[in-house]
Design a protein. Structure first.
Ligand code: SF4
Ligand code: SF4
Ligand code: SF4
Ligand code: FES
Lengths: 188, 391, 550
């Protein structure tokens, strides 16, 4: 990139006033702010004495799950788009021809290394069939590294565990779209 | 002999414990400033008693001690091991001349609250040792054989050399008025007049405060470490006990700086009305003096911590500009002012203290404003003309 | 000299160059999208993706007269004064509409399509298509039916370019594929009972611009964007087709032909295309070993203090092999036709250094059936080794080379006491018991091989070696064309390329540098001199060097 590239937005430093040049008043100002916070209300949640409240589980990025379709089969079509999008390279898929008539490809094995994952949610964004989702389960523990590598069964079981509390997002979104009645009044 | 040994033992115990708890305090202050609670879990081992996290330093210590003594393969082994030892040793040795109280009356006279009483070159000694500290940093950075460490070491040397000068200038004023390099004399003189040097030489106080912060490499002057840019700087490659040595040496520097500030400018153990000023005292007063001193130290340290979580780090050119363009001239001005006062109004401090304070403060404000206008810190931030930049 | 204009650029053509619009545009750095045209096939101009504006420039007046309609660039020859406009709005609209029409019937199942990532439909749509799809989105699947053992057809993904059909007509002459039905219902198919089965069938997968033809062997095993591509040479036969090896994390997933006008054009045969799986065979030899000779050769003076323990360090084994070979006395080496030129040269150099009277023999050259030539001229050779010519020439430059059969009795008669055999044959039974037992008479028998064999069992020093994908070096094909290629993957842990071992034996430091060795070869051996100034990706013809030699 050249310095005269039109995409570069040059920002000039604001000119300092006398107070800024003196620096001391600004220090006083900063100290006032910090002192205020010193006695302010604390936001820490004393986990595990108290549990955090998850305001919106739909946008929380916790443990992954692999969704099932209506027939209970894994929804994933082994397209590897999640693995491609994953910045941590923690998704490992082996795709193969599916045993089902109406589906071409499916994951023979699907593993996510939950220890390597950075819970960015890119996989969820990338999935073309809404098969992978991040749930609001956050307290993930294990006694070995191997245990933290979730395979297909485990990921599907996470779905079974969470599907009632957190319905599939594709459905939720579809429902909320269906629910939206056109606004009354206004220009039509 | 025994007296000195007991003093040393007591001092090291108190100071190292203080270091541990200052670490805790720092974490707590950090948490509070950031609206968190801070470490509050570790209390008495094996019980559920949490004691607001007071057990944390102990746990940290145990953890650090039990860590593997790891020496990376690419380092210069001898220097690598030597560096933290030298820095910790010099930091501890500084306390030999620093009075941690006044005196303790005994049947046949009194005991000085200082390891090496009556040492005439006290201030020089302190400076000599703080000069050695920079070796620890440079050695560590060099021996680590790591670019970040090396940069940290280089920054540190440049920074310490630059700030030694305003630091000394700040002290020169004190030496002029006190007429001695002995720290207890300095305190005694302040106690006698009741006018702390901070009031007599406010400009010197400001210069010294800033320079001492920089010497202790506390934020906003912690460029040698600069986690974000140098991932720890000179101690990137250190772990376990060696890291502890570095960390405690750093806290010791801060405590030394606090001691110097309190002793030189804030009256040491003196407080109006409760500590008296002479050597004819009871043990109650002696104890009070120690308490006052420690209270002041704690306050100054707390101030350091608040500053740390308030101010962002300087850029290196700003750091240097501050040293050479601002602190150095201000230090000179202070020296001249104090010299003039000592020469022409020698009795003014005793006779018209308020007058001295007002005049000195006024002169300080004037000189600060003049410097700020002449050498603003934010300079050299303009956009380089297009084409000058590397493409 | 003909002058042609592409948009604003002027291109000069050679006197006897016959290029179409797509080709001249490419020369000007302008890409004209196309589906049905392929340089190796006849022109049908059926896809209409390559539509451009054309006209001619009057040489005297400089006046340009354009044709009113768009024409397919693939079918429009470039003549003196021809003008092509490829970036006008008219052309852009035409492309967008062709793309839209193609997508009306397309299932857009890119997520499960193997071609995604290298699909022309995707790329062209991205570049030339409309932003929105106006057709309804159809189900996410494509009908599928096998065309033969190797190739499967995803019917709905096809864009009816008929490249595949023309391939079986013009290149293989086998005519298996055809179009059935008409109009929007047109499909590719085979006659019932006559599946696509010829030795070049895999090429239709590469030809297909979209994901309609899938390779059964590669199907669903990797997404193409995960793989890295390396130039290589097929070692299946002495044709030495230029290929690309597609690999991900040291695992090869497929092999494709690489365009080389001098050797294989755009094609390669199925034997080579599917014949590389042995690279990842579990039976590959790993871990060097030293076996003592006392049972096989009790009367020899070899130290008889029991077998050396377990897995050994390469450095130890190499040092020991060197020591034993030097101690043994007379030496014979066997050059496998699977060696690269550089490796053969290093081995001969080493052998000559150890024993100036060394016997150099050529390893057996596997032959299988007859040469097979297709109507297009593409030939699969019966000689199933990549580098007989190269190895022969290297050996010849070190004195008269024996044949493998001539060497055997000499070893059996103990004329030599040490034998260094390089093998690397993918064929499991390249050597029989009797030949192996004759070679086993030697006191020191060093074998570099990739699979277990009677000879391996008889060897005293066993050095697992590397396959073609794992080593860099040069091969000379049947027609004296030398190609230099890099390695694509690393050998399995415990195996080392012959070149790497010999490099160490000769006391050279650092990594094995095939380029450096090739430079030595071209200096030392006249036959290889043509390669002295570097080798292009199409290889270099060595016949000149042969003439000089004669
Ligand atoms: S959340 Fe991010 S890091 Fe984790 S698997 Fe998904 S894409 Fe990878
Ligand atoms: S993106 Fe979705 S469909 Fe594709 S592999 Fe990942 S989970 Fe499966
Ligand atoms: S299968 Fe492929 S090559 Fe054959 S006509 Fe269809 S798109 Fe073209
Ligand atoms: S490429 Fe020209 S019409 Fe198909």
């Amino acid at each position: 990139m050249k310095p005269d590239d039109p995409d570069i937005l040059w920002v000039d430093e604001p000119k300092l006033g006398l107070a800024g040049k003196l620096y001391l008043p600004l220090i006083a100002q900063g100290l006032t702010t910090t002192t205020k916070h010193l006695f302010g209300k604390k936001v820490t949640v004393s986990y595990p004495d108290s549990e955090p409240e998850i305001a919106n589980p739909l946008i929380y990025r916790g443990v992954h799950r692999l969704n099932r379709d209506e027939q209970g089969r894994v929804k994933c079509v082994a397209c590897f788009l999640c693995a491609t999008a994953c910045p941590a390279h923690c998704i490992d898929i082996i795709g193969t021809e599916s045993p089902w008539e109406d589906r071409e490809k499916y994951p023979e094995s699907f593993t996510i290394d939950e220890l390597r994952c950075i819970y960015c949610g890119m996989c969820e964004e990338a999935c073309p069939v809404d098969a992978i989702e991040l749930t609001s389960l956050y307290n993930l523990t294990g006694r070995s590294r191997e245990e933290m590598v979730f395979d297909k069964e485990k990921l599907l079981s996470v779905f079974d565990q969470t599907k009632d509390a957190e319905p599939m997002k594709s459905q939720t979104v579809a429902n909320s779209l269906a629910d939206t009645t056109p606004p009354k009044g206004g220009a039509s | 002999m025994w007296e000195a040994l007991i003093k040393i033992g007591l001092l090291i115990f108190v100071i190292m414990t203080a270091v541990a708890y200052f670490v805790l305090l720092e974490r707590k202050v950090a948490a509070w400033v950031q609206d968190r609670k801070g470490p509050n879990r570790v209390g008495l081992p094996l019980t559920k008693i949490r004691l607001f996290g007071m057990g944390q330093p102990l746990a940290d210590g145990v953890k650090m001690v039990l860590k593997e003594e790891y020496i990376p393969g690419h380092v210069d082994k001898a220097l690598y091991v030597l560096a933290p030892i030298s820095i910790l040793a010099s930091a501890l040795a500084t306390f030999a001349v620093i009075p941690f109280g006044s005196i303790w009356p005994t049947a046949d006279g009194y005991i000085d609250f200082v390891v090496a009483p009556g040492f005439d070159a006290g201030l020089i000694y302190v400076f000599a040792l703080s000069g050695i500290a920079v070796y620890g940093v440079i050695l560590g950075g060099w021996a680590s054989n790591n670019k970040y460490s090396f940069l940290g070491g280089l920054r540190s040397s440049a920074q310490l050399i630059a700030y030694e000068i305003p630091l000394s200038l700040g002290i020169l004023g004190i030496v002029l008025t006190a007429g001695s390099l002995r720290l207890d004399t300095v305190i005694a003189q302040q106690a006698e007049t009741g006018m702390w040097n901070a009031f007599v030489q406010p400009l010197g106080f400001v210069v010294f405060l800033v320079a001492a912060t920089a010497e202790a490499a506390r934020l906003p002057f912690d460029l040698p470490e600069a986690e974000q840019e140098l991932i720890g700087g000179f101690h990137t490659e250190y772990s376990g006990m060696k890291l502890v040595m570095y960390a405690s040496a750093e806290f010791l520097h801060m405590i030394t700086a606090a001691f110097l500030i309190v002793i030189l400018f804030l009256g040491g153990w003196h407080f109006w009305g409760i500590t008296g000023s002479g050597t004819e005292i009871t043990w109650v007063t002696a104890l009070l003096r120690v308490l006052v001193l420690f209270a002041k130290i704690c306050l100054v340290v707390f101030g350091f911590m608040m500053v740390r979580w308030t101010l962002p780090r300087f850029r290196f050119d700003q750091l240097m500009a501050l040293a050479w363009k601002v602190m150095l001239p201000l230090g000179m001005v202070n020296l001249v002012l104090v010299a003039a006062m000592v020469e022409y109004f020698n009795n003014a401090v005793a006779e018209k203290p308020l007058m001295v304070f007002l005049v000195m403060t006024g002169l300080m404000l004037v000189s600060i404003v003049v410097t700020a206008v002449l050498a603003p810190l934010g300079s050299r931030n303009e956009r380089s003309p297009v084409g000058d930049l590397p493409t | 000299m003909a002058k042609v204009w592409i948009n604003d650029q002027e291109i000069e053509l050679g006197d006897d160059e016959r290029l179409n619009g797509i080709q001249v545009a490419r020369r000007a750095g302008v890409d004209v999208p196309h589906y049905c045209w392929h340089p190796g096939l006849s022109v049908v101009a059926s896809c209409r993706m390559c539509l451009v504006e054309t006209g001619s420039k009057n040489a005297e007046t400089g006046e340009v007269s354009m044709m009113p309609k768009l024409v397919p660039a693939c079918q429009t020859p470039a003549k003196d004064g021809t003008v092509f406009v490829t970036d006008s709005d008219k052309v852009k609209h035409a492309r967008a509409f062709v793309e839209e029409a193609l997508l009306i019937d397309h299932p857009i199942d890119c997520p499960i399509c193997d071609k995604a990532g290298e699909c022309y439909l995707q790329d062209y749509h991205f570049e030339h298509g409309q932003k929105e799809r106006r057709a309804d989105i159809k189900p996410f699947t494509s009908r599928r039916r096998p065309m033969g053992e190797t190739v499967t057809l995803f019917v709905d993904r096809c864009v009816m370019c008929t490249r595949c059909v023309r391939f079986t007509r013009e290149i293989t002459g086998t005519n298996e594929l055809m179009t059935v039905q008409r109009g929007a219902h047109e499909e590719i198919d085979v006659f019932p009972g006559f599946p696509l089965e010829n030795k070049l069938s895999g090429n239709v997968v590469d030809l297909c611009p979209v994901g309609a033809l899938g390779d059964q062997d590669f199907l669903y095993s990797q997404r193409v964007w995960f793989m890295k591509t390396h130039n290589s040479v097929c070692t299946g036969c002495s044709t030495g087709c230029s290929i690309r090896v597609d690999e991900n994390q040291d695992e090869v997933y497929r092999v494709r032909p690489r365009e080389n006008p001098h050797i294989n054009k755009w094609w390669m045969c199925d034997d080579g295309r599917y014949g590389w799986r042995y690279i990842h065979d579990d039976a590959r030899l790993i871990g060097p070993e030293i076996q003592n000779k006392q049972d096989a050769n009790a009367d020899s003076g070899a130290n008889g203090d029991g077998p050396l323990p377990g897995p050994m360090e390469w450095s130890t084994v190499i040092a020991k092999a060197d020591e034993d070979v030097r101690a043994a006395g007379r030496l014979a080496v066997v050059l496998s036709p699977y060696l690269t030129v550089e490796e053969a040269f290093l081995l001969c150099t080493y052998a000559r250094e150890v024993d100036s009277q060394v016997l150099i023999a050529l390893g057996p050259v596997p032959q299988l059936g007859e040469d097979e030539t297709f109507p297009s001229g593409f030939t699969i050779h019966a000689e199933k080794a990549p580098n007989r010519r190269g190895v022969e020439e290297v050996a010849a430059s070190f004195g008269k080379a024996l044949s493998f059969e001539e060497l055997l009795p000499k070893v059996a008669a103990k004329e030599v006491s040490a034998v260094w055999v390089t093998a690397g044959y993918p064929q499991a039974n390249w050597i029989d018991e009797s030949a192996a037992s004759q070679l086993a008479k030697a006191d020191v028998l060093v074998v570099q091989d990739i699979f277990d064999s009677p000879l391996w069992q008889a060897a005293t020093h066993r050095l697992p070696s590397a396959t073609f994908a794992e080593k860099e070096g040069s091969y000379v094909n049947f027609a004296n064309r030398l190609q230099s290629v890099p390695w694509a993957i690393r050998p399995p842990a415990g195996a080392r390329s012959e070149g790497g071992v010999l490099w160490r034996l000769l006391g050279r430091t650092g990594l094995y540098q095939a380029k450096q060795v090739l430079a030595e070869v071209t200096r030392e051996i006249p036959y290889f001199r043509a390669a002295a100034d570097g080798v292009s990706e199409f290889g270099i013809d060595l016949t000149i060097g042969m003439l000089a030699e004669a």
